[in-house]
Design a protein. Sequence first.
Lengths: 575, 156
Amino acid sequence: VPDQTTQITVFVIIFGAVTLMGFAAARWRRPDSIHSLEEWGLGGRAFGNWVTFFLLSGDVYTAYTFVAVPTLVYGIGAAGFFPMPFLVIVYPMLFVVLARFWSVCHVHGFVTPAEFVRARFGSRGLGTIVAVLGIVATMPYIALQLIGIEAVFEVMGLPKGWPLTVAFIVLALYTFNSGLRGPALVSIVKDALVLWTVLAVVMVMSMNPGGWEPVFRVAQEKFATSPRPDDGLLLSAGSQLNYVTLALGSAVALFLYPHTLTGVLASRNRGTLRRNLAALPIYTLLLGILMLVGFAALFDGTQAIGGNGNTVVPQWFNENTPAWCAGLAFAAIGVGAMVPAAIMSIAAANLFTRDIYREYIRPNATSKEETYVSKTVSLTVKFGALLVILLLNTQFAIDLQLIGGVVIMQTLPAVALGLYTNWFHRWALGAGVGAGLIVGMIMLYQVPKYGGADGRTVVREHFGGSAWPLDTIGIDTNATIYVGIVALAVNLIVAVVATPLLRGSGVPDGRDRTREHDYVADEGDPTVRRMTEILDGDPVPEAAPAPTSFFTPVGQRQPAPTAPDDASRRAYPRL
Amino acid sequence: MADTRYGPPEWPPTTSPQDQYGRGPYIPRQTGYRGYPPMEEPPAPYAPAYPPPRHGGAGTAPPRSRTSVPRHGSGEWRTVADRRPPEAGPEPRRTRREDRSPWHWLLLVPIVVPLVPGLYNRIEPTLLGVPFFYWGQLSFAFLASAVIAFVHTKVK
């Protein structure tokens, strides 16, 4: 019988230490005032190589990944291994675009991708669309992090309700207090724990007589005897297309998720970012080894607790490692849920503040007010996620996240291609997003959920997954394709076709407020103005008061109300 | 309007007026006078064009030599014309990107290779008992890391 007291003790000690760190992070590199969105929401945009690495890895490799992906491998074998190519190809792709995104956001003081789209295509509506899609896609992702923690609690024998609530109240409070500095500091602990967990896996498996060889033999026998057609140690012919498109689509979506971009914008300069992109594939290696735990669980005969598939990985650690080590692994998952959940809620809150609140509700909001709104929204978002998990069922959050991935991919033409060209017409981009969303929703609606022993029994008619069978449109094959890729293709085609049509019919273009040089500006560039202010702590020099003219006795007595001075507004009338 | 007419002289402007593009007043470059660096390309002295242009050759004005240009046109003094906002022509549609580099094409290798299952969808050769499908894909992480690091050093 596993020693649950030790596990809980280790977990609680680490969790307490992380909580203290989260609150103390507010004093880390303390700015004069944390009451600005760039301080609270982006950590002052001053994270160096190491912190950026921890922040990005904490952001990308979420607890849900650690829990759900090995479960997928446990269930279907090779087809569940898609995160490996996904998290490898994403970094070369990001290497090209992220530096440009960083530069233009720093020159103009943008905090969210939606602000960039608004300035690039001169369209407030398009910016709002990107912001709303970002929020919609991020919120179920936060709920998924809770599922990761929940699985750990279930294995430790804790009840369902209050431990999760306590954990999330703690998370919400330190995020409210410290902003992005909190998860940045905590992610260092998270990475240390994950590294230890992977080392534990390697050590346990190397002590296994015969190493990995019997593990894969057992897995092969199991897949050979199972009635499911789509499992196996290798990809079946029908699942290859889905494997590739799912990896590609997930990579595209990862770049577009607002929380990734928040982590990116917090880095100090372009070089920091690019060095990190070279290092992050190595982290994927850790995830890959954790995915092999799925096979180890098959070998050791681990069974999920109470039919909750996500408990397979924690349960494997519970059964095969000492109690203190299992406690560390549980803490890795728990803390690994905290970091991305905090960053996601900050990203969603920034989207709301900069692109909805300041655009439509109070255009003259001060930066202090912006920060306050952001903090409040981040609290709201987290508690919304908690309620979804506690009141509705877990499957609902998973389905929503599936839809969210398809949704966020539709912002690719505006955000990613927008970094390279302003050729697209703003209305064409809007039409493309609409078409992509409609096609994506229809296709997701058509995908049934399979279950049962042979994996062919229809459990649910609609929204059962993202693998769309090609025989829906009469192609005689059992191959499936990832819905998001098809929807994105439709989106791109509509945008490309509609742009010349709209231009030809004289619909006015939006005005691009960025210049080519904005996309390559770096830390020392005069157009990137706020870096020295942050790093050296110099106060922003106040503008000299405008000289009064004594020759104009008539005119306005009060100066016209102007928008408050704010870094992102100041960015336009620059040198 | 009345305000400005009786107001203080407007040059130099008390605050730097900014047009809708966020640009300040247009100040021409001061070149070729009293220690200012010369223009990049001094205009060629007047010489008849040989062969003469086929159309309108006789009626066209000769190329202006520097000595015949009015002094205020040389950018030596600011003139009223300088205060006109620059003509907001359309931006050139295709500009050469400053961060363009052929080395970026190398990044296609770690993008394309993991997306071709035919390359790695096999059991043999195994490494420590792990089928090639798994350890091969794990090794793509090193490939991506190495290629990105290489490209980073090349385009830095």
